[in-house]
Design a protein around this ligand. Sequence first.
Ligand code: SAH
Ligand code: MG
Length: 192
Amino acid sequence: MVRILEIERYAKEHNIPIMEKEGIEYLTNYIQEHNIRSILEIGSAIGYSAIQMARISKDIHITTIERDEERYKEAIQNIQDFKLNHQIDILFSDAFDVELEQEYDLIFIDAAKSQYIKFFEKFKHNLKKTGVIFSDNLKFHGLVEGTNQNLSRNVKGIVRKLRNYITFLKENQEFETIFLDIGDGISISWYR
Ligand code: SAH
Ligand code: MG
């Protein structure tokens, strides 16, 4: 599919952190195998992962949230190019300002890495009791497991927050989580 390759190339050129190939393959296979129909995505960027998920089946519906205006506009354009408007609702907002009523089969957390606990706590209320929460970038390009001596203060902060998130998931009484060494590190959480 030429257009998908174009989006991948565009993302690379413009440093837009779309999901790694291995990760998106795993996610889309999971959606297919588990008959996932409704998806909430936090962090659309330019619509790459939403498009990949929506393409699996006409029965899939996605709500995706993006706070960066330029990326939001590019996502709209890409979604239109794929004629997936009727399957993907994109909201231009900070996810923390969004209140949703619906409950979803799958929630995909892929926005600001320092806020994952907050995203999880907020949006678990929109998860079906049988649903799953996916989180991306738990390895943060290998930095989460490294020693991190020469990193900027900002990056160190993100790494610390991601480690806290992993601990939060491991110790969670409500949710069970598995951690997958796929792409940039993925977790899957579900109600115990
Ligand atoms: N899921 C996309 C990549 C998302 S990159 C893909 O794989 O194709 C992360 C995006 O989350 C960025 O574009 C950033 O602007 C957005 N983001 C970060 N924090 C956010 C927030 N609080 N609310 C909405 N979007 C957010
Ligand atoms: Mg990601």
